[in-house]
Design a protein around this ligand. Sequence first.
Ligand SMILES: [Zn+2]
Length: 179
Amino acid sequence: MTVMKQGAVFICVLAGALSLASAADKVSADSHVHAAHTHGLGSLELVVQGGMLTAHFDIPMESLLGHEHLPRTPAQKKAMVELQAATGQASYFITLPAAAACKLVSLQVNAAMFKGKTAEHSDLDAELEFSCSQPSALTQIEIPLFKKHVRLSALKVDMVSPKGQSSVTLKAKDPVLRW
Ligand SMILES: [Zn+2]
């Protein structure tokens, strides 16, 4: 019982620290606060080393579909089917410089909602790995997700590049990450 209480307090503090005002309202209005995230804010972990680039995205489903419940209307069902198909393409997430001559090695997408599961908050998790034969040309990436999903306003990026480790917030108005 004590452990559960401590856990609940910790989650509340975490949710408060992470939240923008609108998300804070939602969290406080919700009865379940587990797995809280901030709507409109995704995260990207990027590692560029040698000719390898790995990118791990975590995006609130609310930013992609406008809701986190399972689709109800025909339009919502259609939108989720289309999202699932689209996220099977690496180009949906990331645009690499053509000169870097990158090839997709692997793409894994996981979303509980695609499996018919729902929760208070739901994310899309995507992990992409590329191998590039001209790594010297690999100096930036563009994130096309922003243009496709206006509800996604920012990505918190933690990256390791040949220039070192850095954390930046990438905004929709300038969706190019340079290093
Ligand atoms: Zn949510």
